[in-house]
Design a protein around this ligand. Sequence first.
Ligand SMILES: [Zn+2]
Length: 453
Amino acid sequence: MKKLVLLAAFLSTPLFAQTAPATPSDPAADVSQDRLRADIDTLVGFGTRHTLSEQDNPERGIGAAVDWGLSEFNKISAECNGCLTVVAPERVEEGRRLPRPTRIRNAVAIQRGYERPNEVVIVQGHIDSRVTDPLDWESDAPGANDDGSGTVLVLEAARALSQRRYPVTIVYALLSGEEQGLYGGRLMADYAEEQGWQVKAVLNNDVVGNSCGSDGYCDADHVRVFSEGPRADLTGDIRAAQRREGGENDSPSRNLSRYLDNLAEGSEGGLDVRQIWRVDRMGRGGDQIPFMEKGYPAVRITVAVEDYEHQHQDLRTEDGTVYGDTADEMDFGYLAKVTQFNIRALDALARSPVPPASTAEAAVQTYTDIAWEEVPGAIGYTIWQRRTDEPYWRPEPVIENVVATNARLEGIRGDDWIFGVSATGDSGVRSPVSSAVPAGQFGPIPSEEDDTR
Ligand SMILES: [Zn+2]
């Protein structure tokens, strides 16, 4: 047991928070494989959802698909007394894979929090699809798995979570233009910034519905979570500070990944998380990236094994091999599990406070002082540690549920440790850990520090 002295500033309040109330029933209990399958079939039924395809044909093309997403959100909202605000942010873009001015339109539903509506967690997938030639907007592009799977996951999450009320806001987003260059993701990240949201987590689901690869290798037990190491919005000053003090493995995205891993371990019969400590797969990208670039904590969630013969492929049979992203290549039991994983994560993130930004001071002393900011909705704070060469937070906290906003760890030489702080909400749910390193905070690096970027 470590000796510790608390610099408690709140003598009138109890030093330790009360124990957590009983866990409510599983919010993911009603996930339906049949509904996921039916929604995939509807999406595939639009023929192509290529971003350059028709905008005004009610039966075929991206316009019809986005309209359908909006109408599903409206249906879900009707089942919860209008608890969702449905919006369709859009703008016109041109670029390397958009040879003519093209309307980019997202389908978005906002479930406002009753206590801290400005705190936002986002779950998203991309609704657009493609075949072999990224500019081929005419051929059938079923996009069942890429990313029909992420799209139907988002809808199913909205159905489940809209039946509950949360202190913070949950945003469900179906994004366009991903295959043409992350246009819908950028539009969504800009939208979040324009709304002044405090984005505490983005779960980007892209290809989440198969369990076997083209070589026959299968893994239906894991889901991969990709996170960035050094954060995308690092400034020169912060990079220099992290070089001296550490923090290259402690971005909010990385800590969100660790959090999701822990959550998954706690749910019986669910998937295990394989944390992948890189931004995305080799040479590839996804709609989490525009959020990272703004300094928002974001991860990519995707299958354990990719199936390259059934993504970004023209529908065809060649030398006996069938190509194309069709629903019959998917594993709906697996997709249901990834959907449940997302719903449980969103439920926890929406019931917990923002992870508190924290600092550790230990220069030339035999103790370490940890300080953190007070965050709204917190009933207590917990300090975590790991050796600098350890990947994960140690399971036993250093101190649990402190009400103060600082603590002195007597006899702990800070040089040998990374520390972090999580906040506990009044439902007893803990936030992710925010590391006490330069720019460990769950929010953008302030622009006044942006002198050398
Ligand atoms: Zn994709």
